[in-house]
Design a protein around this ligand. Sequence first.
Ligand code: ADP
Length: 190
Amino acid sequence: MRLVLVGPPGAGKGTQSEWIADRLSIPHLSTGEMLRIAVSEGTELGKLVGERLARGELVPDPLVVDLVDERLKQPDCVGGFLLDGFPRTVEQAKMLHAILEKRKLKLDLVLQIIVDAKVLTERLLHRGRVDDTVETIENRFWVYQTETMTLLEFYREQQILRTIDGDGTRDEIANRIRSTISNFSSTNIN
Ligand code: ADP
């Protein structure tokens, strides 16, 4: 299965992605994680993107798209994958579409996790990652509202978008995701 998880910072994408990928035996590809590793290892890419990450700004589309393109060429992605935090812009979505089309592949499902802004800020401030300061969080919310929300229209038109209520415990949200995936694709992931 080829899945995308979309949601604002703090929506629990990372947590939920871990178990979904595990159950479906597909790799969990988090662009945020890949970029943070690049920064901590001080690679060329890391040097280019470090400041943007620290400010909570998006990394330029071609850089992330290349990263994802390379990753999708790895043999473990043959049976499917779960993308977490990518695509984040319509441009990225179009480029992903082109990458997959070249390989005669399509996305199966895009899950959007919806959570109230107040709940999100609380969660993020407790998480304590270096880019989880009040200013950066605000900036990332703003970026999400302006850039990422338009992306959802793109997937709604393709009829592969499903929304998940992200308010609740991890298990409650996991159950909602589980039944959405089962209903959508008759894939049982219990
Ligand atoms: P969050 O969803 O909490 O912001 P992520 O780990 O998904 O956390 O992303 C952290 C940062 O990595 C973002 O603020 C952004 O700077 C960068 N980033 C991650 N994915 C992308 C992407 N698809 N396009 C551009 N920048 C990205």
